[in-house]
Design a protein. Structure first.
Length: 339
């Protein structure tokens, strides 16, 4: 597909007519299934990009973070916003810097300079960001399937494991001072309508209330995501779950590439695409449940990811001095009216 011709369609007129976009866009490329290489007949075309801030955003009172057009599923981030996300190696945005060259429909001089310097954003922070996204994806998959196949007490056990996993993940990212031994367990419910429910015992001393709130929000998020799933339309939701399962494995693939090879590769190699497409097409779904073989594949990619994290030669943090010089240079030119 010729994507440069594709965006000439009238539904993309906003790209040319919006004063924050137009010739201020430095990068715009194909994302989603076409960007990953997992597209098939009928797949939507998604675009992701970056646009320069206005001078008034930088030295005035106006504010702008991103533009989103839901009809075409196009998201274009402001330059300053994208840099903050790239510093944390956010999976949804770092992929913009790894799109195949021919899949960029807009690439300005500054956009090319950003691509030439994309290594300044790479660090071991990718381990937490990709791992966190993959972990959340796996919990959503398991929760959605468990909703239909387990009794309430068994579901509560399942939720508890997810809560524990989320809490462990939170503690890896932020050590809580003042939190003693915490015990999460199942007992007879005191909440009406439940047979069993999760309880927590904790020994806390001198714990900052903000840290406590964040810890509780981490656990509550898991429960909210589970409870809002509702009754599933099996045929429709099985397809949806297959897609999520595919993206779970893709996250491990891309994260491993970054940690092991320092490589941002959005479109997956053909050997990986065969597996990803088979997952999406339901090869590992039986009776509305993902098979044991799928979870063995996930475990294998988790192990590869963990090994890549352990042996990664990336720096602990991104090159902030280099990033700051680049951002200042670009924004200075914006303010001076040079671009």
């Amino acid at each position: 597909m010729d994507f440069r011709e594709y965006i000439k369609k009238t539904e993309y007129d906003f790209i040319r007519e919006n004063p924050r976009l137009g010739n201020r866009i430095i990068l715009l490329g194909v994302s989603g299934s076409y960007g990953y290489g997992t597209n098939r007949e009928g797949s939507d075309v998604d675009f992701r990009g970056i646009t320069l801030n206005l001078p008034s955003d930088l030295i005035g009172f106006s504010e702008f973070e991103q533009f989103e057009d839901r009809v075409t599923d196009t998201v274009i981030y402001s330059f300053n916003k994208i840099v903050k996300l790239l510093i944390s190696c956010n999976p949804n945005t770092i992929e913009i810097l790894g799109i195949d060259g021919n899949d960029y429909v807009i690439k300005s001089e500054i956009g090319q300079e950003l691509l030439d310097n994309k290594d300044m954003f790479l660090s071991k922070r990718a381990a937490a960001s990709f791992g966190h996204y993959a972990d959340a994806q796996l919990r959503r998959l398991q929760n959605a399937i468990a909703r239909d196949s387990m009794s309430q007490p068994d579901r509560e056990e399942h939720i508890m494991r997810s809560v524990k996993h989320a809490l462990d993940d939170y503690n890896r990212r932020q050590v809580l001072g003042g939190l003693g031994e915490t015990h999460i367990y199942i007992d007879d419910a005191v909440t009406e309508g439940l047979e069993k429910e999760i309880f927590i015992d904790g020994d806390m001393k001198h714990l900052p209330i903000r840290a406590y709130n964040e810890m509780m929000n981490t656990m509550n998020t898991v429960i909210r995501e589970y409870d809002k799933i509702g009754k599933r339309n099996r045929k429709k939701d099985d397809n949806h779950l297959n897609k999520h399962a595919m993206h779970l494995v893709r996250l491990f693939m891309m994260g491993t590439d970054i940690l092991k090879n320092g490589l941002i590769r959005t479109r997956r190699p053909d050997a990986e695409l065969e597996l990803l497409r088979s997952i999406r097409d339901g090869a590992f779904m039986k009776d509305s449940c993902l098979t044991d073989k799928f979870y063995r594949i996930v475990s294998e990619y988790e192990n590869r990811y963990a090994e890549a994290e352990h042996s990664s030669k990336l720096p602990d943090s991104p090159d902030m001095e280099r990033i700051e010089r680049f951002v200042e240079k670009v924004n200075r030119r914006v303010v001076m009216g040079e671009i």
